[in-house]
Design a protein around this ligand. Structure first.
Ligand code: 2HG
Ligand code: ZN
Length: 455
């Protein structure tokens, strides 16, 4: 079967774009190294027609297809298993042009996020979805996970910016809605459905994206607080008093110390137990940030209003993922969760306490997007397959009324825990949608929902 399928794949995309063996290995593990799988081959289609041909070949052989963008996801959602074929989207990377009238552009699924941001800026617009993996993460991946990032507090998640998509369905047919109509209430919103579907319903090949005007200048403040509770209490006031606020990010003292050691730099302010990184974009961002003086629990603040200084302050936030991944002894267990904002401080106390009791050698790292109540709880120490730690943290999130995934998706990491955030009726509806669009269960099986071929 495999040799025959490989032949068909070579015909579909050209022999140079069918990778096997060592060349495919890097596509079979996630960025953290926690999730490792296997595949028959990695194929790199160069057009939507080639994606269709790959789907036909894999469908004919009954082999699963796993779409993969930059492979920067953090829940194992793009890690193939068994004999799956990885559909690497990186060659579908055409971006633009920007339509100056509507402020929209069309991007291929494999376009790096940073490239889309750059093309938008070059035309006086911005694509506001942004996060540290911007150079590698692809537009298709950000849509498949409904990515969030730093600017959600002002601009919302990826779904808010997707006007339409082109996608190949499991049977090889193509849906295409790239005309850019903002108002279009003609039935089910298929683009919206594919946002956050994690490659389980269709393969996204391109998207029409809505941009926002690139106006104002940026200023960033690193603000130190006496403790996490004070930092979280400040969030509502910051949103009310800073009309141009674009990001309110949380960091803790232990994470900042580890980042400082990694960067070989001293934290720009001292004496704080918790930090908020606050970004403002407006006509006079420094004037807005002057109001910080009156915030309760504030210890000190460092402000940057030029691009270099702002980037330096952002390094303190954006380096967390890399530093934690190196902390060892194993890749971290990553819990991207949302809590009701009022419960964030109590949750952090309890999760640190319970992990210390049940896993004495483990370290808990917490940072995230305070403006959205989105915490990135990382635990290092437990081995990759230790599910007790997953049960502990995610169970606690559910008890606090939170969600077990804020912005990374469910993937493989949280598939067994979906019931903590979704009712049996909701999961039944998900299963019915999956069965309707992918009746043979060949699209990313085992991600988000159980592998239906096994039931
Ligand atoms: C971020 O906000 C990303 O930096 C990664 O969502 C979070 O590494 C993480 O846990
Ligand atoms: Zn994040």
């Amino acid at each position: 079967m495999s040799a025959d399928l490989l032949d068909r794949l070579r015909v579909a995309v050209g022999p140079r774009h069918v990778l096997t063996g060592d060349l495919a290995a890097g596509h079979c593990r996630d960025w953290t190294g926690r999730f490792v799988g296997s595949c028959t081959a990695v194929v790199r289609p160069g057009s939507t027609d080639e994606v269709v041909a790959v789907m036909a070949a894999c469908g004919g052989a009954g082999v699963p297809v796993v779409a993969q963008g930059g492979n920067t996801g953090l829940v194992g959602g793009a890690v193939p298993q068994g004999e799956a074929v990885v559909l690497s989207m990186v060659r579908l990377d055409a971006v633009g042009p920007v339509d100056p009238v509507s402020g929209q552009l069309t991007a291929g699924a494999g376009s790096p996020l940073a490239r889309v941001q750059e093309v938008a800026r070059g035309a006086g617009w911005r694509y506001p979805v942004d996060f540290a993996a911007r150079d590698t993460a692809t537009i298709g991946g950000t849509i498949a996970t409904n990515a969030g990032g730093h600017h959600v507090v002002r601009y919302g998640m990826t779904r808010q910016h997707v006007v339409g998509v082109e996608a190949v369905l499991a049977d090889g047919s193509v849906i295409s809605r790239l005309g850019g109509l903002v108002k279009d209430n003609t039935g089910y919103d298929l683009a919206g459905l594919l946002c956050g579907s994690e490659g389980t319903l269709a393969v996204i090949t391109a998207a029409r994206l809505a941009l926002v005007p690139d106006v104002g200048t940026v200023a960033v403040a690193l603000v130190g607080f006496t403790d996490v509770a004070a930092a979280i209490r400040a969030v509502g006031g910051l949103r009310r008093t800073l009309p141009g606020v674009e990001a309110i990010e949380l960091m803790c003292a232990d994470g900042m110390a580890a980042v400082g050691a990694h960067l070989g730099a001293s934290i720009p302010i001292s004496g704080a137990e918790a930090y908020l990184l606050v970004e403002v974009v407006s006509t006079d961002p420094l004037d807005e940030l002057a109001t910080l003086d009156s915030v309760g629990g504030l210890v000190d603040a460092a402000v940057a209003s030029d691009a270099v200084g702002a980037a330096q302050l952002w390094r303190w936030r954006e380096s967390h993922t890399e530093v934690i991944n190196r902390a060892g002894p194993h890749p971290p267990h990553k819990f991207d969760v949302t809590l009701p904002l009022a419960s964030v401080a109590a949750f952090i106390d309890e999760v640190r306490g319970d992990v210390a009791t049940r896993h004495p050698g483990a370290r808990v790292w917490i940072f995230g997007h305070a403006g959205d109540g989105n915490l990135h709880v990382n635990v290092t120490g437990p081995s990759p397959d230790d599910t007790d730690i997953d049960a502990l943290v995610l169970g606690m999130v559910a008890r606090f009324g939170g969600s077990i995934s804020a912005e990374h998706g469910i993937g493989r990491a949280k598939q067994p825990w979906l019931h903590l955030s979704r009712s049996a009726t909701e999961i039944a509806a998900f299963t019915a949608i999956k069965a309707a669009l992918d009746p043979r269960g060949l699209l990313n099986p085992g991600v988000l929902l159980p592998d239906q071929r096994l039931s």
